[in-house]
Each structure stands twice: as C-alpha cells, then as structure tokens.
Ligand binder design. Structure first.
Ligand code: GDP
Length: 138
C-alpha cells in the first residue's frame, strides 16, 4: 500500500470552472497536494499517457478529448491514496457513480468524466513521473 496517487482534472471540468470546487473536495477528504500544474496535452502526449487503452474502441475519442483543452495534473498524498481516491471520484460513468462523489457532482458523461485517478500504486508512480520531475515535487 503506497501513500501517493496521481490525478488529472480533465478538460471538461477545467472549461466549466470546477477546478477550485474539485480541489476543495480533494483536500476535505484528507489528500495533500505534493505537486500540481496546469498544462495542455498534445494529442501525441495524450495518446502516450493512455497507450494502455490503444485497442479500446473509445481510444480515439479519449485522445481527442484529453487534448481538447487544458487540464490540471497533480500528485496527491494520503494513507491508502490510490483506493481512497478511486472511492472519492466514483465510477467511470457518472450515471453509476455514488452520490457525493466528484464524478457524480461534476462529470458530464462516461468519456468526459471530470477527473482521472490512478488504478494501482504502480501506475500512480508511472503517471506521476510522466508529468513531474523530482525537482517539481515536494
Ligand atoms: P477510469 O479508470 O475510471 O478512468 O476508467 P477506464 O480506465 O476504464 O477508462 C479511462 C478513461 O477512458 C475514462 O476515465 C474515460 O475518460 C474514458 N472512457 C472510458 N470508457 C469510455 C467510453 O465508453 N467512451 C468514451 N468516449 N470514453 C471512455
């Protein structure tokens, strides 16, 4: 069990002005921000980040969406960070997300679903390093 996870506030939530509200949920749930930046992914970079989904039918849509506007990327710290953050954000499809979760509150659809949360400790480390150098983290 590691104490760090990686998140992105996706282009839909960024464009809708939900960054402050989402960060408030994250901090209220006990996560500390270890690194954070606003950035716009190129289609190439978005494709690289989501390469694991390359064979899925929605890969093209996902890459297009994730490069459609700026995002906020962050590394978060808390005990049991990966699992607790997945609980905080809720199911991939906001229609199936539990009440009070970030996706239930702010996501538009299964594709434009407001936030990303790493699904394992291993991926949290890989994804954090995709965006941040050691110099950029606390
Ligand atoms: P997550 O771990 O909850 O983010 O879900 P997945 O790993 O299954 O999918 C990664 C991301 O791909 C999701 O967060 C969505 O943004 C996107 N995605 C998943 N399923 C679909 C889909 O059916 N259609 C579209 N357009 N995007 C999807």
């Amino acid at each position: 069990m590691s104490n760090r996870t990686f998140t992105m506030i996706k282009p839909d939530a960024f464009a809708a002005g939900h960054i402050g509200s989402i960060l408030k949920h994250i901090e209220a749930a006990g996560f500390k921000i270890i690194a954070m930046k606003a950035i716009r992914l190129s289609a190439e970079k978005a494709g690289e980040f989501y390469a694991v989904h390359k064979e899925r039918p929605f890969y093209g849509e996902l890459v297009e969406f994730m490069s459609s506007g700026p995002i906020v990327a962050a590394i978060l710290e808390k005990e049991n960070a990966v699992a607790d953050f997945r609980t905080l954000i809720g199911a991939t499809n906001p229609a199936q997300a539990a009440d009070g979760t970030i996706r239930k509150l702010y996501a538009k659809s299964v594709g434009e679903n407001a936030v990303h949360g790493s699904d394992s400790d291993e991926n949290a480390a890989i994804e954090g390093s995709f965006f941040f150098s050691a110099f950029e983290r606390i």
